[in-house]
Every structure is written in structure tokens, then in C-alpha cells.
Design a protein around this ligand. Sequence first.
Ligand SMILES: *Cc1c(COP(=O)(O)O)cnc(C)c1O
Length: 375
Amino acid sequence: MIDFNIPPFVGKEIQYIEQAVKNKKICGDGEFTKKCSRWMEERFQVNHCLLTTSCTHALEMAAVLSGIQPGEEVILPSYTFVSTADAFVQRGAKLVFVDIRPDTMNLDECLLEDAITEKTRVIVPVHYAGVGCAMDEILDIAKRHSLKVVEDAAQGVGAYYKGRALGTIGDFGCYSFHETKNYSMGEGGALLFQEEEFIEKAEVLREKGTDRSKFFRGQVDKYRWVDYGSSYLPSDLNAAYLWAQLEMADEIRKDRLESWNYYHERLEGLERAGCIERPFVPDYADHNAHMYYIKVKDLEERGKLIQFLKEREIHTVFHYVPLHSAPAGRKFGRFHGEDRYTTRESERLLRLPMYYQLTREKQDQVVKAIEEFYE
Ligand SMILES: *Cc1c(COP(=O)(O)O)cnc(C)c1O
């Protein structure tokens, strides 16, 4: 049996959770939360990193901080997870979907400008598979039209665009530490940003609309309700789990990249034979091996391949029914321009088993089974 995903576990998680209990501080913003956010600020060269309860919640915070108002528009790919859209729907925004590039599965930056109207406020690039979007072009367009850029970097922790960490390039970046991501705390995420002007508002938003963060730092003598807010801070127990993973961040990254490269090498023959396509990584991208996918001929062939692999106890998955074709996507948004690649490419894509400490032996089994399928 080969699982599609096994949550990462490096060994020290339990010890750190125990430490959090001994600290008598299991709510938010304890020792481990601070360790994790300081570590990310240094490692990823970003002025502010706030740990959150999920990437979905980091996106919600970014949507509020972006200042988007009901009826205004956000441009995003249709090929993404629902959270990218939900966060803006919650603010009453209209979704404008644009097509993706077939090579990286990221939104096509060449289509952005045409989708902009006088109501557009935000662009949300999603760094699919931890491979960065064309950020220079996107930032240039955003600047010329005074738009905010919110990076959905859920899959991009530890990945880089021209040397800059994904999630630190736009106005706001959102990470995920869900158990299916490279580094995990069960459920969790982070909001990142460079600008000083957002820190006070972000802290208030994260702390139920109060200035409790200031109170804990001794900057005010009592905390009060100062603005709209919610509860976006994770328990320090979860942060303790994450801290063990961040300490091992380089090892986890290296291990995943080795597995990624091994698939890539072993599947070259099938690509040459014209059976499948392998993922493409542009020169500017330093990816994090978040996922390994192949593309097959079409929907029908993919269904057969999934079944074939399942019979051999190999679990593979596809995802993202394009949002614009889903009931909520139709209700809250519209597709701008032609759907040349979103539907077609999403129907061809299949994700292979990928997790920390996946063995070469298991990868050989996966590759052999795919080869058999095409014989
Ligand atoms: C996983 C994921 C999310 C959601 O992350 P959670 O931490 O589960 O909320 C959002 N966007 C993308 C692209 C993702 O892959």
C-alpha cells in the first residue's frame, strides 16, 4: 500500500508539545508561536509573520487588510483551492477568474491587464506546486493600476522566485501548515507582509478586534475592543509541532527534492515516448518539491490510470475542479476571456504519492505501475 500523503513527523514534536504544556501556556502567542514566526521572518526576509489557524484564515486577514469593499473585484485563477476565493467572497467581492498557463498551471500574467476594470482592487497569484508565478510582471501591472497583490503561497513555503521567498513579494503572503503541506502543525498557516502600516491592524484583526497584543507587550494598560476582528491565533500546542519541523526545514526540503528529482528522472522515458508530460519549472523558480504531478492524455485516460494504480494499492489524486464551473464559482464570479487551458489541463493532471521520507523503493513501484499501464 502506498499512501498519497503521510503527515510529516521528524521526532521532536511530542517533546516540544510537552514543553508547551509545562510552560502553562497552551493558548496562542506562547514560546513556540514566537519561535516559529521569528524564524520565518529571518529565514524568508520578511518584516512581519503572524502565525494563524490556517492559510484560509491568513487569506481572510489579507482580504480585510487589502481594504477590498463589497462589489469590488479580485482577479484570481479558477484553477485553485476554494479558500483563495472564499476569503474574498466573505468581503462581498466579485471574483474574476483568468486562465492559467499550461506550463506551470499558474495564472497567465499576460491575461491580467485585460481583466482589470475600474472596480478591480486585488490580484491573487497562486504559486501552484510551490513554483512561483511571474511576480515581476504581476507586480508591475499591480503598480500601474494601484492594485494590491495577495500571494496564495499555501504550497510555496521554502520556495523562491529569483531568490525571494514566495509569500514575501506581494503586499501580503499566505502560508499553509495543513498536514498535506511540506511543513505542518496539523491545521495552521501564516500571514506575511513587509509594510509597517499593517501591523497594528493585523494584530487587532487576529485578536478578536482588541489591542491585546499591545497590552501583552505593556504598551497599553488595559485592552479594549478597537475594531472588527476574529480569532486567528493558533494554540501554542500546534506551534510546538511546527517548531520541530522548522528546525528540520532544510532536511525536509532536501528529502522532498530528492524524491521529486527521482520521479523526474525515472519518468523521462514515458515523456519521450509521448505517453505523459512531466512538470515544468522555469529557470527563475527555486521550487520546494511540494508535489509531483504528471499529465496524461485526457480525463478518460486519467480515470483509467487512477483505477489501474488503485488496484496495485497506489493512491494518487487529482484536484481542483475549476472554480468557475462549480456552483459557488458561478454564483460569485465570472470567467474573463477564454477558458483555453484551465479545464483541459486540470482534467489531465494526476498527483503522485509525495511526502517526507518517501522511499525510492516505493517510487520504483509507482513508476513501474505507470509504465505497465502504458504497455
Ligand atoms: C492548502 C491550500 C489552501 C488552504 O490551506 P489551509 O491551511 O488548509 O486553510 C489554500 N490555497 C491553496 C493553493 C492550498 O493549496
